[in-house]
Each structure stands twice: as C-alpha cells, then as structure tokens.
Design a protein around this ligand. Structure first.
Ligand SMILES: O=P(O)(O)OC[C@H]1O[C@H](OP(=O)(O)OP(=O)(O)O)[C@H](O)[C@@H]1O
Ligand code: HPA
Ligand SMILES: [Mg+2]
Length: 179
C-alpha cells in the first residue's frame, strides 16, 4: 500500500489539529441548535467519525451513500444514491460532511436533493477541496485544506476502493492508475 504513495500531503497529526479546529468552530456556531451531521459514504467515514467527537454539544448523525467515480479516477457526473437517510431532516440544521470536493457534482446533486426536504439550514463541510477542478459553483462553509489537482488517497479516500485505511492524506503514484 505505502509503496503506491507519491507524497504525503497531510500527516495524521496535522489532520487531527485541523479536525479539532473545525469541531470547535462548528460547536461555537451551532450551540443550542438542533444539528444533524450527514456523512457521505464511503469517503467521509473517517473524517465524520473524527470530527463528530470534536463537536462539544448534542448532535445526531445520518449517512447517505452515493457514488459517481466507480473504479475510475474521473467523475462520471452521474450520481447514484446507494443509501438514503434514515430520518427526516425537516426543520433541522444540517451540515453535509465530505472528505473531498473535486468537480462539485456530487455535492451539487446532494444539496439540491436535501434542500427539497426543507431543512432549517444546510451547510457544507469538507476536509479537502480541489477548487481548480470545479464544474459547478458551490459554497463551501467549512474547509480543512485546498489541494492541487492531483489524485488523492488515504484518510477514507480511495482509488478503486483501496487505500482508505492509510492514516494520512497522500497523492497516488501515476504509475498505479496508468498501468
Ligand atoms: O466533487 P466530485 O467530483 O463529485 O467528487 C467528490 C466525491 O467523490 C468521492 O466519492 P466517490 O463517488 O468516489 O465514492 P466514495 O465516497 O464511496 O469513495 C468523494 O468521496 C466525494 O464524495
Ligand atoms: O482525488 C481523488 N481521489 C479519490 N477520489 C476522488 N474523488 C474525487 N476526487 C478524488
Ligand atoms: Mg471514491
């Protein structure tokens, strides 16, 4: 697994500090409100579970599973819902938790979909953002890092379903996806 890593972008320690800062910010802004975090599976799984433990107030969580990449390194643009929410978000404050925003197509679709369910508010939180790659406009409310246009793996993020369990965020060697 490690031999396929080109470069480590963010270490475990750096990510932990960033997650603490985001958790503090969310706690401050939502204290006293009814907040639901929606994790976008599978990529956001690790970020979500770390972040929720840094939010110091009562919250509820739910998950959606969507897929647009399959086993390719480019988005198909077609977003498929593989698992929907368990509970209603009507009149709740909602933050969507993502691991990475690339073209923005996944979140564009999800925001439209979730807004039609009448939440009290809807915001976006992502650990990583590749702004250069955006195909649709998105307002990102909470962000860990902007990153260059390179293929990312680790900390929940996969290439062909592998590398999600690397504890850091890294770039993938070109040779791996060009072979
Ligand atoms: O901004 P976009 O170009 O839409 O790309 C971002 C999305 O792609 C990845 O998910 P993917 O569809 O690969 O599924 P996964 O989370 O199960 O890995 C990632 O987790 C985001 O959800
Ligand atoms: O850089 C990436 N790596 C893995 N999955 C992704 N989905 C969008 N961008 C990426
Ligand atoms: Mg993926």
């Amino acid at each position: 697994m490690k031999q396929d890593v080109a470069r480590i972008l963010f270490s475990e320690k750096e990510i932990e500090e960033k997650v603490i800062a985001l958790g503090n910010q969310i706690t401050k802004e939502y204290k006293g409100k009814e907040l639901v975090l929606i994790g976008v599976l599978k990529g956001a799984n690790i970020f979500m579970s770390d972040l929720m433990r840094k939010i110091d107030m009562p919250i509820t969580i739910d998950f959606m599973a969507v897929s647009s990449y399959g086993s390719s390194t480019t988005s198909s643009g077609v977003v498929k819902i593989l698992k929907d929410l368990d509970n209603s978000i009507e009149d709740k404050h909602v933050i969507i938790i993502e691991d990475i925003i690339d073209t923005g197509l996944t979140l564009h679709y999800l925001c439209e979909n979730l807004l039609s369910r009448n939440p009290k508010s809807l915001k976006i939180c992502t650990l990583l953002d590749k702004p250069e790659r955006r195909k649709v406009e998105l307002k990102v409310d909470y962000k860990g890092y902007d990153i260059p246009d390179e293929f990312i793996i680790g900390y929940g993020i996969d290439y062909a379903e592998k590398y999600r369990n690397l504890p850091y965020v890294a770039t993938l060697k070109r040779a791996v996806y060009e072979k």
